[in-house]
Design a binder for this molecule. Structure first.
Ligand code: 0WD
Length: 250
């Protein structure tokens, strides 16, 4: 019997095949989970539907986290779920370089809304879909707690996201629902390429980390398998690093 047999996981953020969410969906499917994939808009719908076929005919629904109507429609369509993967972030390109103090009020609000508040919005919308003992996970990055040049407002939003993870863990703990963050090492994706100077990060991590290597989206997916499974029923309000140990370097 596979680890995730009988479990249904809703995965957001599969924008294309390089997305971390695509690696997560691949591993969840490989371990027996039934998947529901969401897509932000028409621009990525075809790619997500193609992935869905690859993952055993996963169900596909639209979901734009900035729209309450879209979130309500997702809740109505999704049915019961045993877990939820939040793999969503957006920061205006001009706010991913230069000085943090030049961030506009609007840029700050957009980053916080899509990269952090969206987890609250998703959980609020899907609370009744989540079965007892379900697992909620969100993708974060070391820039939440350490200075990563140019990550800027994205790091500030990740700090908020990690705090939201802890408060949601408290809110949902009575139902046995766990809420955790996965802090991934740098992986080349459409989002990460927006961060000025990002292209040098994977090599830097590979050279400096204890394990002397980079992580892949599938490595992150393996952590998601553990967090979605009954092996992690006592783990909540945590930030789990999948970064070859880089976060512990001085
Ligand atoms: O090195 C990296 N790539 C790391 C990424 C290291 C550590 C953490 N992360 C995080 C990101 O911050 C994000 O939370 O992982 C998550 C996934 O990011 P990704 O896989 O690197 O990037 P990408 O493939 O671009 O997925 C992010 C997706 C969007 O993709 P596009 O390319 O269309 O911007 O977030 C989704 C969208 O699919 N997204 C939304 N989904 C629903 N509603 C919205 C929205 N309004 N906005 C963005």
């Amino acid at each position: 019997m596979a680890l995730l047999d009988g479990k249904t996981l809703l995965v957001t953020g599969v924008a294309n095949r390089w997305s971390i969410a695509a690696g997560i969906a691949k591993q969840l499917h490989a371990h027996g989970a039934r998947l529901i994939l969401t897509y932000q808009g028409e621009r990525v719908e075809d790619a997500v539907r193609e992935h869905a076929r690859e993952f055993g005919g996963a169900a596909v629904h639209p979901c734009d986290v900035t729209s309450e109507e879209s979130l309500r429609a997702l809740a109505a369509a999704a049915g019961p779920i045993d877990g939820l993967v939040h793999s969503i972030a957006f920061v205006k390109k001009e706010d991913l370089s230069g000085k943090v103090y030049t961030t506009s009020r609007d840029g700050f609000a957009t980053a916080m809304d899509i990269s952090a508040y969206s987890l609250i919005a998703l959980v609020n919308a899907l609370e009744r879909n989540l079965n007892d003992n379900a697992s909620v996970m969100a993708l974060t990055y070391l820039g939440a707690t350490q200075i990563v040049p140019n990550y800027n407002i994205a790091g500030i939003a990740k700090a908020a996201l990690e705090s939201i993870v802890r408060y949601l863990a408290f809110d949902l703990g009575e139902r046995g629902i766990r809420v955790n963050a996965i802090s991934a090492g740098p992986i080349k994706t459409a989002s990460s390429r927006q961060v000025a100077g990002f292209s040098s990060m994977p090599a830097k991590v590979a050279a400096a980390s204890p394990l002397k290597r980079n992580v892949s989206a599938e490595d992150v997916g393996n952590c998601a398998v553990y967090l979605a499974s009954d092996l992690s029923t006592q783990v909540t309000a945590d930030v789990h690093f999948i970064d070859a140990g880089y976060h512990a370097m001085g």
